[in-house]
Design a protein around this ligand. Structure first.
Ligand code: HEM
Length: 404
């Protein structure tokens, strides 16, 4: 087990497309990590230490304090404090104010209200996939449109703006995008949301019941806050769910026994989603905290100013917390996993995401009972170095196999 800093940024070799990087698995629960910008920080891979750091108010998510563990060298970029409304990069009490305003839009009642919309978006995507015929790219036909449509509906984004938003969020989430590309993408989404907020300020139409229309009506937030909030929700509400849908389908197509359990027993859908979240833990490098003061933890001192990467995919495979962690077992109780984080920044959209995954994956295998990969598994392109792990394309087929 190595406790020394590695010379290069995180290596991303994996035994299978569903496993965390090997280099991270070899590490002790908390170890030193050399960041590409020259910072000597830390990486947490053990379940207990990861959970403890996420719950600890001595660690901050403030953007200006964070170092980046992979991707482009940001040494030349001067990090700035989060603008109003960019609450994931704020600490309490600023962070708490936004979470309180947003919580009712993501609570169980709102998610129950959105369930018919989720079913409609799923049916629409599946009908489009069937019409296009076999083979198809499941990412484009199914995994991207469902969460994108649902989050746009939740916010109240008009249909004509949705495609541009989808394209810009993909660029924004790509760690290998240049700073100029990432900036342009943020500006494009911000422009769309700003126009929408201005339209709503001028007088929401009676049918405007999206989150933004509600927020405008309550008058608690400025236009800048609303625009940035809209941007944050569009960016966070789309890619992780779409990655879970495609990677979740991919793993089920390579594990027929698990898939048969899911399709054979509808009651398994809820635990199955929790287990898929644990097993795949797609937020791989971007959950980070910086110590505000020196913190003694797990036999180490994390000095004030040092950044820790919380390697959720590895923490969720910790054998001290989950027995046989490298086995996908849809019937296990995976509750307590950290795929949605933990503590005050725990995922705002987790109930929505769970419902989307349950409805969409169940409907997919009902509609296409003989769904299969259209290429060998090692030809499916994975997004190894992106903050949100997943696949770029997932070629699938159904119906009679073509004659040899
Ligand atoms: C935060 C995962 C879907 C909105 C987070 C965090 C994780 C996560 C790990 C914590 C980040 C941290 O502590 O630094 C996921 C996964 C999803 C998903 C795996 C899908 C399966 C969604 C959806 C939304 C959403 C559908 C809807 C808008 C957010 C927001 C935050 C967040 C706003 C920041 C919360 C805060 O800082 O207070 N998510 N998420 N997520 N997520 Fe999700």
């Amino acid at each position: 087990m190595s406790d020394s800093p590695i010379a290069r940024p995180l290596e991303t070799d994996r035994p299978t497309p569903f496993d965390p990087p090997v280099e991270l698995r070899k590490r002790p629960p908390l170890s030193r990590l050399a960041y590409p910008d020259g910072h000597l920080g830390w990486v947490a891979t053990g379940y207990s230490v990861t959970r403890a750091i996420l719950a600890d108010p001595r660690f901050s998510t403030r953007r200006e304090l964070l170092h980046q563990p992979v991707g482009r060298d940001r040494a030349q970029e001067r990090p700035t404090p989060a603008e109003p409304g960019i609450f994931p990069h704020m600490d309490p009490p600023e962070h708490t104010r936004y979470r309180r305003l947003l919580s009712r839009h993501f609570g169980p009642r709102r998610v129950a209200e959105l369930t018919p919309t989720i079913r409609r978006c799923t049916e629409q995507a599946l009908a489009g996939m069937a019409d296009g015929g076999s083979p198809a790219d499941l990412v484009a036909a199914f995994a991207v449109p469902i969460p994108a449509l649902v989050i746009c509906e939740l916010l109240g984004v008009p249909v004509e703006d949705r495609q541009a938003i989808q394209a810009a969020t993909a660029v924004m989430n790509d760690l290998d995008s240049t700073p100029e590309q990432a900036f342009e993408a943020v500006m494009s989404i911000t422009g769309t949301v700003r126009r929408l907020v201005a339209k709503l300020r001028a007088g929401p139409a009676p049918s405007d019941d999206g989150l933004l229309a509600h927020a405008v009506a309550t008058g608690d937030l400025t236009d800048d806050e609303l625009t940035n909030l809209g941007m944050v929700l569009l960016a966070t509400g789309h890619l992780p769910t779409s990655s879970m849908l495609s990677l979740g389908t991919f793993v089920l197509l390579t594990e027929p026994a698990q898939r048969a359990r899911l399709t054979g027993d509808p009651a398994l859908a809820e635990p199955a989603v929790e287990e898929l979240l644990r097993y795949l833990s797609i937020l791989q490098f971007d959950v980070r905290r910086t110590a505000l003061i020196d913190v003694e933890i797990d036999g180490h001192t994390i000095a004030a100013g040092e950044t820790v990467v919380l390697a959720l995919p590895v923490a969720n495979r910790d054998p001290e917390r989950f027995a046989g962690p490298d086995t996908l077992d849809l019937a296990r109780s995976a509750t307590g996993h950290l795929a949605f984080g933990h503590g005050v920044h725990q995922c705002l959209g987790q109930q929505l995401a769970r419902t989307e995954l349950r409805i969409a994956l169940t409907a997919l295998f009902e509609r296409f009972p003989d769904l299969r990969l259209a290429v060998p598994p090692d030809e499916v392109p994975t997004r190894d170095r992106m903050a949100v792990y997943g696949v770029d394309r997932l070629p699938v087929a159904w119906g009679p196999a073509p004659a040899p």
